[in-house]
Design a binder for this molecule. Sequence first.
Ligand SMILES: Cc1cc2nc3c(=O)[nH]c(=O)nc-3n(C[C@H](O)[C@H](O)[C@H](O)COP(=O)(O)OP(=O)(O)OC[C@H]3O[C@@H](n4cnc5c(N)ncnc54)[C@H](O)[C@@H]3O)c2cc1C
Length: 503
Amino acid sequence: MKMSSTSCHANGTEYTDVIVIGNGPSAICLSYFLSGHRPYYNGLPHSNPYLHTKLQEIGQTQTIVDQDLDYLSEGLEGRTTNPVALLFDALVHPDADMGAEIPSLLDWKKEEEHAFRHIVLGRGKVGGAWQKMDGSMQTLSLGNWMELPSVPLKEWRDRKFREGESLDPCSNRATISDVRNYYMDYVANLDLQNHFYDHHTVTSIQKVYQVRNGMDLESGEVEPCCNDIAKNHTYLWEVRGYISSADQSFEDEEDVHRREFCIQAPHVVVATGTFDIPNTLNISGEFLPHVIHSLHDFESALKSWNEIPRSTDDPVLIVGAGLSAADAILMALNANLPVIHVFRRGANDSNLIFKKLPQGLYPEYHRIHSLMKGKVVDPLYRPYEKHRLVQIDEDKRVLLENTKGNDITTVDVTIAVILIGSRPNLSFLPEEGRSLGVDPQHPINSKNNTLDVDLFSYESVKHKGLFSMGPLVGDNFVRFGIGGALGVTNYLVKNRKKGNPCC
Ligand SMILES: Cc1cc2nc3c(=O)[nH]c(=O)nc-3n(C[C@H](O)[C@H](O)[C@H](O)COP(=O)(O)OP(=O)(O)OC[C@H]3O[C@@H](n4cnc5c(N)ncnc54)[C@H](O)[C@@H]3O)c2cc1C
């Protein structure tokens, strides 16, 4: 019999075992695990002799989820500092960083008796950040690095191609819309849909202590059962928020009539990513209507380009030297629009992301880098290296200053597109989650102040029952972010074996 995701209390509050906040790839992978899909070693060799020996010890009859992850992941190194993420990646993409395309070392079995009741709450549709990116752009990663357990992205793309959808199965890199559709299909085809509550925005999380008040027999007054409630009682996490209607776009979500929800659970996993709030320059004119802070908005602007009032030849101003800025330049040049590109670093700065991308795989980003350096010239593109945007006027004139501060240039532009990174929106956590961070003095970010979690269980070191995964704990690529699902499930399984309540 299928397990229902929640049960309902008499007061209307829903109850479940695990609430996952966010519905991107991290959450989807966790839902797959929590639905009772369990990984088993399939006997293929691994090039790391220590890991290989440990896998032989486990054999093919015990699931990886029940293992000691500290022991199994010991000594693994790679592009994240989270050992369980490295372990999961080593098992599903062996030697990927060396360019190998070796099949996964895991087989999956569905064992419903090991499932956990859970729900996944997401502000928009399933797919997380992939729902908000420009669909036609290619991904940064190789296709298979974005895939989820047991469904190779390549096989999915081949099938879609055969079914007549216009995908290019020969390209190593999928487009953003391929990945987005793959995630949506994954949830639908693996029967995870019942767990996913789309268009549910979480606005608060708080502890609710399970206190049984006593009645004073003489006075009839209700008295708390003890003085130190926090010490003597267990608690549930209460997650509150609102539901918005499915046909709304992200932009008008604020204005609609909202229905509220309240759900309680002993475990909450925060998988809300770090792309919700675009960074700003904090300069005069930054919020004028012709200023844009996301690729998604730039894509929409391009679609209605002819409606933008402008002088014919005024360029698009693009600020930033990351991949989103590069994507915006590509989009503008593809649309035959003149671009001026402003970035603070020198074009040869060794910290620029372009320096870290192999040329053969990312020719379009290398072209942008060559344009930035002046090695390639395009009459539509003009770089302003070592410059910053300091002012935007209502009449669309912008002021650029060189980083030495001794030269100002004015330019008339059509629109200004500022793409200088983003940060998470953790407004649903007390103090925006600062107290849960590695450095509580500063806001949470994915680079140097992540949420502080146990390396193996992903549980907050500050609060029991609160977990996090994905970029919020420093796993910035899908490949690593999904590994958190193994850590969280491993903890929940151990907890259940100990006979702890609610699981
Ligand atoms: C332009 C761009 C290109 C990228 N390219 C690649 C790439 O090529 N390869 C790669 O591996 N990674 C890439 N990434 C990173 C990748 O998107 C992330 O690693 C991945 O999406 C993280 O998954 P997640 O599930 O943890 O979070 P997300 O995908 O960010 O999903 C979290 C979701 O939670 C929602 N949410 C936030 N707050 C709430 C709330 N209060 N209530 C309900 N829901 C909420 C968010 O709106 C979001 O939809 C790229 C990112 C960007 C921005």
